[in-house]
Design a binder for this molecule. Sequence first.
Ligand code: FPP
Length: 246
Amino acid sequence: MGYKDQIDLLKLPRHVAIIMDGNGRWAKGKGKLRVFGHHNGVLSVRDVVEGSCEIGLEYLTLYTFSSENWNRPKLEVMAIMELLVSTIPKEIETFMKNNVRLNAIGELSMLPPKCHKELINVINKTSVNNGLTLTLALSYSSRREIVQAAKAIALKVQEGRLAIDDIDEEIFESNLYTGNMPDPELLIRTSGEFRISNYLLWQIAYAELYFTNKLWPDFRREDFFEAIADYQKRERRFGLISEQVN
Ligand code: FPP
């Protein structure tokens, strides 16, 4: 029995977030340049997106490029940006066929203009879809996201549009980039690293964490289904005791 058959489709997480890690090591292990790993990582993205559509997942959020990644060697940064420019438009047809709505979070204005333009174009074209919302975290830093939310709230208070006493978790959340999405119930990280790396820090407060040794270019939908099946075996207590949640 494959992992897909072990998944209870009535108890799917609504939102899965992934830290796609290990592209560089995967390439190095094959005696190739790091960029080769990123290119092969795209195949994993495609397969996991298709797998998400297959089971009817609502939200998939992929850590594609962090704010810190800008400090990598210039050639690698350029290669990743070019990869995005060449990949994203090519996916339109598959997105339309699978009813996928593309979305992006992060400091998108930092992206090279061509990359930004292609991204916005596909986001606009797929905005009519209402199946999977595929969010790419690009030039993303969770701490910066939280700081910009604090600033946006402070501005509303300064302008008299919001009272300090009305600031609560819901208001705070609605000022994050992910304001219109449910929090991820499951966070997957590949490549055997046990870190969160400045990703969705607010949003993963109650997420189940799943770590696998597989490097991202080796990760396929069957591995994704395995992670979801594992998630479904867990008891989520949200601070309560077992008897209360059962
Ligand atoms: C992490 O591996 C991966 C990245 C920083 C880039 C991820 C980008 C892709 C998989 C391409 C995505 C494309 C689309 C269309 C979403 P790493 O380079 O940190 O690997 P390492 O830890 O082994 O060095």
